[in-house]
Design a protein around this ligand. Structure first.
Ligand code: NDP
Length: 315
C-alpha cells in the first residue's frame, strides 16, 4: 500500500514543494493539513499534484481546539498514519506588538511550537499503530535558532532562558509574551519557537524511539529565500534577501530543492536514524549536523516538554 503522510502548512513554500515531491513518487498519499482549505486545494492544483495522491484536511495550529478536531477527524477517516511532518510556521519580524492564538499564547510560539507539540502528541498513537516498514515524525528546524552558526548569531538571538514566560502562559497579561520573560520581539519569538521544535524532536526521541521504533528527526533545509515566510518583512528586505542568499552567503536553495530534501528525510530508506538534525552540503549531500548548546540541552528539552504539556492540557 501507499504510505500516508500528514504535512502541516502544505499550502505554500516548503510544505507544498514537499507534498509535490512525495506525491510524485506514487508511493505516498499526502494529507495537506492547512488552515485555508481553498488556498491549499488551489496550490496543489497549480503545482500539478495529482488529486489521487493528495487530500486536504483543515488544521489551524493557532487553535488547540482545531488541533484536537484534526486528530479526531484524521482518526475517523480510518487511514493509517505512517509519517507526520510538522512544517507550518509564522514569522512576524516587523510586528511591534504581540498577537495571540485562540488560547491566548503569543502567536509564533503558539503556532510553531505549541500547536505542533499537541498535534504530534495526539498523533503519536496513530504512528505507533502503523505497519509501514518505517514510520517517521519530522519537525522542521532552522539554522536561525542555532547560535553555533553565523546565521544564528544575527541579533536578536534565540534564548529560552529559564522558560519563565512560557511557564506563565505567554499571554502578555500575567506573563511576558516571550519564553524567556523578556520584552516582545517578533524575530526572536520565531527563533525561540524553532529551538523549541528542535528540542521537542530530541525529547520525543529520548522518550519514544526505543519503545516505538519511530524515527524522530529535524532538519535545516537551507535558506529558501523565496517562500511566504518572509511576506511580513519590509519590501526592501524581500527584494534583497534572495540575491543576498544566492550570491553572498550561498545558502540559497530553491523551494523545489528544499522540498526534495524534506521528502528525503520522510522517505529515504537510508535516513532512518532517530534523534538527528539533518543538513545538506554544497553538493546537496545530507549530513548529521550539530545543534547549538541550547538547542541540544537535554535538561531544557525535558522542562520544555513538561511546561508545554501543561499549557496544551495534556498534564
Ligand atoms: P511559508 O510561509 O511559505 O509556509 C508556511 C506555511 O505554514 C503556510 O502553508 C501557512 O499557511 C502555514 N501556517 C501558518 N500558520 C498556520 C496555522 N495557524 N495553521 C496551519 N498552518 C499555518 O514558509 P516556509 O515554507 O518557508 O516555511 C516552512 C517551514 O520551513 C517552517 O517551519 C520554517 O520555519 C522552515 N524554514 C524555512 C526557511 C526559509 O528559508 N524559508 C529556512 C529554515 C526553515 P497559509 O498558506 O494559510 O499562510
Amino acid at each position: 500500500r501507499k504510505g500516508n503522510v500528514v504535512i502541516t502548512g502544505a499550502s505554500s513554500g516548503l510544505g507544498l514543494a514537499t507534498a509535490k515531491a512525495l506525491a510524485e513518487t506514487g508511493e505516498w498519499h499526502v494529507i495537506m493539513a492547512c488552515r485555508n482549505f481553498l488556498k491549499a486545494e488551489k496550490a496543489a492544483k497549480s503545482i500539478g499534484i495529482n488529486k489521487d495522491n493528495c487530500s486536504v484536511m483543515h488544521l489551524d495550529l493557532a487553535s488547540l481546539e482545531s488541533v484536537r478536531q484534526f486528530a479526531d477527524n484524521f482518526r475517523r477517516s480510518g487511514s493509517p498514519l505512517d509519517a507526520l511532518v510538522c512544517n507550518a510556521a509564522v514569522y512576524l519580524p516587523t510586528a511591534k506588538e504581540p498577537t495571540y492564538t485562540a488560547e491566548g499564547f503569543e502567536l509564533s510560539v503558539g503556532t510553531n511550537h505549541l500547536g505542533h507539540f499537541l498535534l504530534a502528541r495526539l498523533l503519536l498513537d496513530d504512528l505507533k499503530k502503523s505497519d509501514y516498514p518505517y514510520k517517521r515524525l519530522i519537525i522542521v528546524g532552522s539554522i536561525t535558532g542555532n547560535t553555533n552558526t553565523l546565521a544564528g548569531n544575527v541579533p536578536p538571538k534565540a534564548n529560552l532562558g529559564d522558560l519563565r514566560g512560557l511557564a506563565g502562559g505567554l499571554n502578555g497579561i500575567q506573563s511576558s509574551p516571550m519564553i524567556d520573560g523578556g520584552d516582545f520581539d517578533g524575530a526572536k519569538a520565531y527563533k525561540d519557537s524553532k529551538v523549541c521544535n528542535m528540542l521537542t524532536m530530541q525529547e520525543f526521541h529520548r522518550r519514544y524511539h526505543e519503545e516505538t521504533g519511530i524515527t524522530f528527526a529535524s532538519l535545516y533545509p537551507g535558506c529558501i529565500a523565496t517562500t511566504g515566510l518572509f511576506r511580513e518583512h519590509i519590501p526592501l528586505f524581500r527584494l534583497l534577501f534572495p540575491p543576498f542568499q544566492k550570491y553572498i552567503t550561498k545558502g540559497y536553495v530553491s523551494e523545489e530543492e528544499a522540498g526534495s530534501r524534506l521528502a528525503q528525510v520522510v522517505s529515504d530508506p537510508n535516513l532512518t536514524k532517530s534523534g538527528v538534525y539533518w543538513s545538506w552540503n554544497k553538493d546537496s549531500e545530507s549530513f548529521e549536523n550539530q545543534l547549538s548548546k541550547e538547542a541540544s540541552d537535554a535538561e531544557k528539552a525535558k522542562k520544555l516538554w513538561e511546561v508545554s504539556e501543561k499549557l496544551v492540557g495534556l498534564a
